[in-house]
Unconditional design. Structure first.
Length: 319
């Protein structure tokens, strides 16, 4: 009997990946990082979901020690395309050969990059070990979006005045089939996971429809994080501002060459997942109040900054 194990927090992603793997393996075992007395005997491969705040990588390091003891040679790391970082000079799209340079203000992206490095260092110790890394773009689906996908959907109507980067959203089911595809490959490597193409700023405006696009004249990272947290209704990842300002869309050619194909397009995922976002439950007056409130906050911030600049200028002239 063939078996595979999945380590990660319980949720829709782990559930969908388990369902996809049951088509390949006789048994799929799921466990959380907090699980004790975990046995990996007779396990052929490990799937590790790196979506966590495991800043010191203790969960992954502990898992790799168990994997080494059980003489398991294949590990799949489900990371994030956020490890490429969102930068003004990024290529559009980014291939797997692009440098890993996550934006330092995003703890989530930094942790994913650390997890990848930890796994690759483990693999370098033994030529028989195989590590495959999947880097999905923002993951979303109706009623079951990933943390980043949900947060970026909430932030979709918020833009600074000059920034309109392209956006991508991959369906949860397409991530699950990507895992099922690469686990059957007799090779290591890095694979981006995304639909074909991306959404332009015009596409997003058309899909958002009646919901207002709120323009901020200056970046307000802390306020954006608090806004997103209120919209998604729970603790959301912070440090997302660069990922709403600069491009980080990815190419899927390498994964497609293995036979994998996305079932859903960017527009389908956006419409289906975004339909449940809080903007839809607001009436016109509530939306107007949110827009006016953000606008007033921006004006106050500008006036405060102008006042401090004038004060410093007067002091310099006095001296």
């Amino acid at each position: 009997m063939t078996s595979v194990a999945i380590l990660g927090a319980e949720g829709a992603l782990r559930s969908r990946i388990s369902e996809a793997l049951t088509q390949i393996f006789d048994e799929v075992i799921g466990f959380t990082p907090e699980a004790e007395d975990v046995s990996l005997s007779d396990i052929e491969a490990i799937v590790y979901l790196a979506f966590s705040d495991d800043s010191d990588q203790s969960n992954l390091i502990g898992l790799l020690e168990l994997v080494t003891e059980a003489e398991i040679s294949q590990v799949i790391i489900v990371s994030s395309a956020m490890v490429y970082g969102a930068w003004p000079n990024n290529s559009v799209p980014l291939s797997e050969d692009a440098a890993v340079r996550p934006n330092p203000e995003s703890a989530f992206a930094v942790h994913q990059a650390d997890a990848e490095r930890t796994a690759l260092e483990w693999a370098d110790l033994d030529p028989e070990r195989r590590v495959t890394i999947l880097r999905p773009t923002a993951v979303a689906s109706p009623n079951a979006s990933g943390l980043i996908g949900e947060a970026l959907l909430a932030a979709a109507p918020i833009r600074t005045r000059r920034d309109d980067p392209p956006q991508q959203f991959v369906h949860l089911d397409d991530v699950a089939t990507a895992v099922a595809t690469v686990i059957q490959l007799d090779d290591s490597g890095v694979y981006n996971v995304a639909p074909d193409g991306w959404l332009t700023a015009r596409d997003v405006r058309d899909l958002v429809g009646a919901r207002p696009i709120i323009r901020l004249p200056i970046p307000l990272p802390g306020r954006l994080d608090r806004y997103v947290a209120r919209r998604v209704g729970h603790q959301a990842p912070t440090g997302l501002l660069p990922y709403t300002r600069y491009p980080w869309v990815i190419a899927n050619d390498r994964l497609r060459s293995t036979g994998w194909a996305p079932r859903y397009g960017n527009d389908q995922v956006f419409v289906a997942a975004e339909a449940g976002m809080p903007w839809d439950s607001m009436n016109a007056k509530q939306r107007q109040n949110v827009s006016l409130g953000l606008g007033a906050t921006v004006i106050m911030a500008l006036l405060y900054g102008l006042g401090r600049w004038l004060k410093r200028s007067m002091l310099r002239n006095t001296n």
